[in-house]
Ligand binder design. Structure first.
Ligand code: KG4
Ligand code: ZN
Length: 335
């Protein structure tokens, strides 16, 4: 079965074709990041307009890359939520309409299920059951996954998501959007042991997170180090490093706890923040001690992409599910 996947929940237009027998056949992405970075964050209206401009050309480019006619597509999977409603509606209406025109089924996919399953696109994928850490711009969740479609929430952020905390800290440091990769780059030049930031909620039991205190601590530290309203390059890098260490350490402590609590030996990390190399390094060390294994997707499949939606949609369709002719776009949608 060949599934066309469409992702338009935020600021990336992603299209891919996944074949249940042959794997991923083609994958294309158009990122709006440069357009939004001028405004310091995603402008929803501009995002929708750009998805409309880019989506159909990208679909035809993806078919050409896979050397396929539209008639060989067996189903269409589109991101139905959560995300920006206008952006979601572009992918949902285009995907649903194409499926109707082609006479094939369509399925609305949960964006976070897409992220969670992205590591399955790699060689030697994990086997169920496993623990998943979902860390994106909108979500921070620890989930127990006994099988596809079954997601047991173990803990989540009570305020900001991890990616959001990275983005906000970056903004305070005068960096562009999205801030995660820029903080990581700057932190590499910093002294990781000079400043110590708090590891929120690690001193009490449980698997929930909170990142707003870390944000305030970052803001106060920046204010305390400014001279004539300016941060020195070294202070800026050291603050980025201290922030990254605190965020990574907090996520690592909670992941260890989740493995111990469930007795499971496989940990998947997914979502934009799972691209962070320091996080991967820290988790690799932790799983080694726990005699467990860590899995993640290649860098470009950690952030938003069409491949994860094509894959997740394909699994759901193989399990006999599909969506009817009602177009699904749900800005808020628990997994
Ligand atoms: O999954 P994603 O592409 O979109 C959402 O579904 O939210 O995640 C985007 C988030 C942004 O907050 C971005 O700053 C963060 O992932 N991110 C990173 C890194 N790359 C992306 N955070 C830390 N380190 C990175 N290398
Ligand atoms: Zn995402």
């Amino acid at each position: 079965m060949k599934v066309l996947g469409i992702e338009t929940s935020c600021d990336e237009t992603g299209v891919a074709i996944y074949d249940s027998e042959q794997g991923l056949l083609a994958d294309t992405l158009y990122s709006q990041v440069a357009m939004h970075s001028e405004y310091g964050g995603v402008v929803p209206e501009l995002a929708s307009r750009d998805h409309i401009r880019k989506l159909l050309p990208l679909i035809s480019e993806t078919l050409a890359l896979a050397n396929l006619e539209a008639s060989s597509i067996d189903a269409v999977a589109y991101t139905a939520g959560p995300g920006l409603v206008g952006a979601l509606m572009v992918g949902a209406s285009t995907g649903r309409a194409l499926a109707m025109g082609w006479g094939v089924p369509a399925i609305g996919v949960h964006h976070m299920e897409g992220h969670l399953l992205a590591p399955m696109l790699e060689d030697n994928p994990p086997e169920f059951p496993f623990v998943a850490l979902l860390v994106s711009g909108g979500h921070t969740q620890l989930v127990k996954v006994p099988r596809i479609g079954s997601y047991e929430l173990l803990g989540e952020s009570l305020d900001d998501a991890a990616g959001e905390a990275f983005d906000k800290a970056a903004k305070m440091l005068g960096l562009d959007y999205p801030g995660g990769p820029l903080i990581a780059k700057l932190a590499a030049k910093g002294d990781r042991s000079r400043l110590r930031f708090p590891r929120p909620m690690t001193d009490r039991p449980g698997l929930d997170f909170s990142f707003s205190g870390l944000k305030t601590f970052t803001m106060n530290t920046i204010a305390a180090h400014k001279v004539d309203g300016q941060l020195s390059a070294q202070d800026q890098a050291d603050i980025a490093a201290a922030f990254e260490e605190a965020a990574v350490d907090t996520l690592t402590i909670k992941c260890r706890r989740a493995l111990q609590q469930t007795g499971l030996k496989q940990l998947i990390i997914a979502g934009g923040v799972s691209a962070n190399l320091r996080l991967r390094e820290s988790l690799e060390k932790m799983v080694k001690k726990e005699k467990a294994k860590l899995f993640y997707a290649r860098q470009e499949f950690c952030t938003d992409n069409g491949a994860m939606i094509a894959y997740a949609g394909c699994q759901r369709l193989l399990a006999g599910q599909s969506s009817d002719l009602v177009i699904e776009a749900r800005p808020r949608w628990p997994m």
